[in-house]
Write a new protein. Structure first.
Length: 320
């Protein structure tokens, strides 16, 4: 599948290219669950890693396409693991857990099921089980291109458990394995801060803002289904390291900024709802994806993080 290498890059531009290729793959094979599941996962990644300003709509698209893939799937463990991953990123943990169990029942050595199901355990605060699952994935396929997610997942489990130095070490390892995963700094920075490593925390936030200059703590809180305790501690560390809690303009009732914000939020929600409504009753999966893409994807890509931009802001060139 030509889309797979691009999907595995886990950056905005590559995943956009993957979705275009997946649309082409879905057109002649509307009953093939694999490209639909992969498209669902791509939309989930876009919504969970700040690749777009339409994160709510991306997560809804991930959930809808995952549901279609589940209906069509005839027992492919990879497709099952991918659609379960999409459910995870859409914050539907019960559905994700069901399909991960099914994927592992179909193939006990399905590395992506072990890898991605570890995240469900993190989100349920089952940190020891999460680390076990990530380590199993690493032992099954030590060269898998998604192994950096295991490192970042182990880091998240340590953060949940309050082991901040260990969390920072594993976040740094994940970034070394996949340098374009700059979004991991949203949790590496607070790990540094809560471990008392203030200078490293500030550098980590600077690297994050180099690629995501408009990112706020509010955005980070809504991205993934972590526990409230996890997010409270992450927010504390992020604010200490210099990330804004929310947008800078005032929100007092009656102000132009307040009215503008409410109008933007209403328009975004209406656009999301109408796009997803069209996805519920399409002629086929390709048309479902295309109807979403035409309204949202082409106008909402975040740019990749160019090295020149890092140099211009004075932020460090690397994650280490």
């Amino acid at each position: 599948m030509r889309a797979l290498p691009r999907a595995l890059s886990i950056d905005a531009a590559s995943q956009g290219e993957a979705l275009e290729l997946l649309e082409q793959a879905m057109e002649p094979a509307p009953a093939d669950a694999l490209p639909i599941a992969l498209a669902a996962w791509c939309h989930g990644q876009r919504g969970g890693h700040h690749f777009t300003t339409w994160s709510i709509a991306e997560k809804k698209a991930a959930r809808e396409l995952a549901g279609r893939a589940a209906q069509l799937n005839t027992g492919d463990p990879v497709a099952t693991a991918l659609l379960a991953s999409a459910y995870t990123l859409a914050h539907d943990l019960p559905a994700a857990g069901f399909h991960f169990d099914r994927a592992l029942a179909l193939d006990g050595a399905c590395v992506w099921a072990w890898n991605r199901s570890g995240w469900v355990s993190v989100y349920h605060r089952e940190t020891a089980d999460a680390i076990d699952r990530f380590q199993i994935a690493l032992s099954i396929a030590p060269d898998d291109p998604l192994n950096f997610f295991c490192s970042i997942g182990i880091a998240a489990a340590h953060f949940e458990a309050g082991r901040y130095d260990e969390a920072a070490r594993w976040f740094t390892r994940g970034l070394a394995e996949h340098p374009s995963a700059v979004w991991a700094n949203r949790f590496r920075a607070p790990a540094y801060a809560l471990a008392g490593r203030k200078a490293e925390a500030r550098r980590s936030v600077a690297e994050l803002l180099c690629c995501y200059p408009d990112l706020t703590i509010t955005d980070v809180r809504s991205a993934l289904p972590h526990t409230p305790s996890f997010f409270d501690r992450a927010a504390e560390g992020l604010e200490a390291a210099g990330l804004r809690p929310q947008l800078d303009f005032p929100h007092f009732p009656g102000s132009d900024a307040h009215v503008m914000t409410q109008n933007i939020s209403s328009a975004a929600m209406n656009c999301s709802a109408s796009s997803i409504d069209r996805m519920v009753r399409p002629k086929g999966p390709a048309e479902a994806h295309r109807s979403f893409q035409s309204d949202q994807y082409k106008t909402s890509n975040r740019p990749s993080c160019p090295a020149g931009r890092r140099r211009a802001t004075g932020a460090p060139e690397s994650a280490s």
